[in-house]
Design a protein around this ligand. Structure first.
Ligand SMILES: Nc1ncnc2c1ncn2[C@@H]1O[C@H](COP(=O)(O)OP(=O)(O)OP(=O)(O)O)[C@@H](O)[C@H]1O
Ligand SMILES: [Mg+2]
Length: 786
């Protein structure tokens, strides 16, 4: 079932000072982190590399403020990058203070300020039920405005206009200023459409994504008292991933912390990857200047990755010129070499990834949930999905054709949006004649013209259909029928007499959506029908689990979901996502796929140094998600845009520190051709993979201890602090130093042991030809020979 982030109740709770909790919170940190946590007053910037515990420090800081009695939950604002990260933060804080910490505002910028606008937006002319427009909705509105002005949408595409308006908004350039600055035909057109688009949004009681940040600024500027209220309330303001804030976010942070001056930002300039969406790296670079009394704290110890992964990451980012000097060290083990995988095609690449996943799963007992496959473009997921599906490896894809972007889902959502906000023109246009109900293009154009002439919203024109003389009786009747349908359900939704999910179910039935999907018995239609059912289930679950749930709050949650939030939690699946979506996450095993010139870095980004550096930072973000193992892969040929392209390795691969990289065994590419073109299926040569990329010098000595319960317990030190390894007698005398025999690899000597029960593994050295192998004892069938 779809997971909708649960809306936090606004109930305020009190947290009493708790010295024990305070100690516990500080115990889980190193000195630098402790400094970050206890420097509670004044502006603080924590700047540090990936995996150094920035997010952890931020979370502990909030918990510390509560436990030390410096703040109550309601005094705290924390802004994160995804709703998922926000939920995690909320949960961890609660776990740390051992109490519920409701009343904190923890969320993304967009969801926090959407919430604020629901509460205060009436002061600048938005009713509480405003709609949030995504890019597609915005484009629809822009197209309509262009058509109304006889602007050729083939010459300048609504999509480009939408992008240009969005960039302008990101830089806080309003329509008037834009008109003054506009140069050249294209900008002149945008200058004409921009103010019309703004008016149309307002008329639709709708806000686009950029507005969710701009309107609060407008609100704060026009209503000093509202700003003061929140400035006073939020004594402590926190921002994670500060390197990716844009101008509007910068202004909001500044305004909100102006009174108490307790602004704590956390970030890493080397991980700034959203300049293309208006993020402004100078926000973090200039923090010291903007807040002259700021304390800057640097964290230097990486807790996440092996030494080899960090070495590789360092060698990547070194190539960039513009960055704050940082050093990163780790106490973690050296770890495996970073593996370079060369493939013939995207299909071959996908198969190789799938094999590695299964290999590590079966042999090393890694869970499927331990793996992430990262790529530059969404389209790359297809081949990987196919390979995984073929071998029944469970996976999830984050982002891409996200559930909530599917046509049938957007149709249902548009109906629901209309109930809440009938003036929502984009939604109305979407469903007014879907399913077909005799309100064709001509009728719609007439309604539209009438609306424009009388300065009405499209819905208001629908309401006055009887007065529109240009419409024939048939059209009038059809529009009238539709109006009654929407009005009936809108009033039901308004009274709240019927549970939201029930109402939605009845509405889509009455609107003819379900029968439309059942009309033709195709697989696609069946899938769509199921998706619609799933949406209703998600709504039902949301209603059940959320206080004060309404269709309106549900729609808001859906509109503000970020790619990462859609992931269903708790199940053991390989995660597939773009490098952008991977920010802030970590996985034991990471694959970065498609390292080819033109794809990563993207062709378009290779001309300008600044863009190339952003691609490189994206690569840096990708590799630093890995905890234990990292695979880099590229394919000699690949289908892109319907054509077979022939590729060379990415320049990024030439730049990395080759000392920590090993090309995967499997011989020359020619040999690989033989291997993979054979019809034997991927599992056939499963056993003979890659003896070379395991490190020879995996340390680990240990000894056996007897015990009274009859089980033999074997302790091994694994470099990470002497974990106890326990398994039963069934495996024989498998202790470090024992001679064993494996069916395939022959004789070897046990080097070290790790894990427990079914997950117990041994590293065995099988001589210099085969090298070290890490084997899962449950499957390895090792025979002890001495
Ligand atoms: N003092 C610590 N002791 C033990 N583990 C830690 C400590 N600090 C951080 N960690 C662990 O290290 C990992 C990385 O931490 P975290 O995600 O906070 O890093 P980050 O700096 O935010 O990384 P990124 O830049 O990728 O967002 C996490 O698993 C975290 O729990
Ligand atoms: Mg982080």
């Amino acid at each position: 079932m779809r997971r909708i982030p649960i809306r936090r109740s606004t109930t305020h709770t009190q947290v009493d000072p708790d010295p024990e909790a305070e100690q516990r919170i500080l115990d889980g940190l190193n000195d630098k982190q402790r400094e970050a946590v206890t420097t509670t007053e004044g502006p603080v910037m924590i700047i540090a590399g990936p995996g150094s515990g920035k997010t952890r420090a931020l979370t502990h800081r909030i918990a510390y403020l509560l436990a030390a009695g410096k703040a109550q939950p309601r005094d705290i604002l924390a802004l994160t990058f995804t709703n998922k990260a926000a939920n995690e933060m909320q949960e961890r804080v609660e776990a740390l203070v051992g109490d519920d910490a409701r009343g904190m505002w923890v969320g993304t910028f967009h969801s926090s300020f959407a919430r604020l606008l629901r509460m205060e937006g009436d002061k600048i002319g938005y009713s509480e039920d405003f709609s949030i427009y995504d890019t597609a909705d915005s484009k629809r509105l822009i197209r309509q405005q262009m058509k109304g002005r006889n602007l050729d949408t083939d010459v300048v595409k609504p999509r480009s206009v939408q992008r240009m308006i969005s960039s302008a908004k990101n830089e806080m350039i309003d329509p008037q200023e834009y008109a003054e600055l506009a140069r050249g035909d294209q900008q002149e057109i945008v200058a004409e459409v921009y103010p019309a688009y703004e008016r149309a949004l307002k008329q639709a009681n709708a806000l686009d994504f950029d507005d969710l940040l701009l309107k609060p600024i407008e609100l704060f500027e026009q209503h000093e008292d509202v700003l003061e209220k929140y400035q006073t309330r939020w004594q402590y303001v926190h921002i994670d991933e500060y390197q990716d804030t844009n101008q509007a976010q910068y202004v909001l942070a500044r305004k909100l912390s102006a009174r108490h001056k307790n602004l704590c930002v956390v970030g890493d300039d080397a991980q700034s990857i959203y300049a293309f969406r208006g993020a402004d790296i100078t926000n973090i670079l200039n923090f010291d200047n903007d807040y002259p009394d700021a304390t800057t704290i640097r964290l230097e110890r990486n807790y996440r990755s092996t030494e080899n992964i960090i070495r590789l990451a360092d060698s990547i980012i070194e190539e960039n010129d513009d960055q704050i000097e940082k050093s990163l060290w780790t106490d973690n083990a050296e770890g495996e070499y970073v593996a370079l995988m060369e493939a013939l095609s995207e299909k071959d690449e996908a198969q190789k990834i799938e094999r590695r996943v299964r290999d590590l799963h079966l042999r090393d007992g890694m869970e499927y949930g331990d793996f992430a496959v990262l790529y530059r473009t969404n389209a790359q997921s297809r081949a990987i999905e196919e390979a995984l599906r073929k071998e029944n490896v469970p996976y999830r894809v984050i982002g891409g054709t996200s559930f909530y972007e599917r046509k049938e889902i957007k149709d249902v959502l548009a109906y629901l949006k209309l109930l809440v906000n009938p003036n929502d023109t984009a939604s109305l246009q979407r469903v007014i004649n879907y399913p077909t109900r005799g309100i064709g293009d001509k009728t719609q154009a007439r309604l539209q013209r009438y609306a424009q002439q009388h300065s009405l919203s499209l819905w208001q024109a629908v309401e006055r259909v009887e007065e529109i003389e240009t419409l024939g009786t048939r059209a009038e009747r059809a529009v009238g029928k539709f109006r009654r349908l929407i009005a009936r359900y809108a009033s039901k939704a308004g009274t709240g007499s019927v549970p939201a999910d029930e109402l939605a179910r009845d509405l889509i039935q009455d609107a003819g959506l379900l029968s439309e999907l059942r009309k033709e018995h195709t697989r696609e239609n069946l899938q769509r029908w199921e998706n619609v059912q799933e949406l209703i289930s998600a709504l039902a679950e949301y209603v059940e689990s959320t206080e004060d749930a309404t269709i309106s709050t549900f729609l808001q949650e859906v509109a503000l979901m970020t790619d990462q939030d859609e992931a269903e939690e708790g199940d053991d699946k390989v995660t597939l996502m773009t490098l952008h979506a991977a920010k802030g996450t970590e996985f034991p095993v990471v694959f970065v796929a498609g390292l080819e010139e033109g794809l990563f870095p993207l062709e378009q980004a290779t001309q300008e140094k600044a863009e190339l550096e952003e691609e490189r930072r994206l690569f840096y973000v990708g590799v630093t998600r890995a905890e234990e193992r990292l695979y880099l892969s590229w394919a000699r040929s690949r289908y892109r845009y319907g054509e077979q392209t022939s590729n060379t390795r990415s320049r990024f691969l030439e730049e990395v520190d080759s000392d920590v990289v090993r090309t995967e065994a499997g011989g020359e590419l020619e040999q690989q051709t033989d291997r993979f073109s054979a019809e034997e299926g991927p599992s056939a040569d499963y056993d003979e993979m890659d003896p070379h990329y395991y490190r020879q010098d995996l340390s680990g000595d240990g000894g056996a201890t007897g015990s009274s319960d009859g089980l033999r317990r074997i302790e091994s030190t694994d470099g990470g602090g002497g974990r106890r390894v326990v398994y039963d007698e069934g495996h024989g005398e498998i202790v470090p130093g024992a001679q064993v025999e494996h069916q395939k690899f022959g004789r070897g000597k046990v080097q070290s042991l790790e894990g427990e029960g079914d997950k117990a593994t041994a590293v065995v050295f099988f001589g210099s030809d085969v090298g070290n192998k890490k084997l899962k004892l449950k499957y390895a069938n090792l025979r002890v020979i001495g």
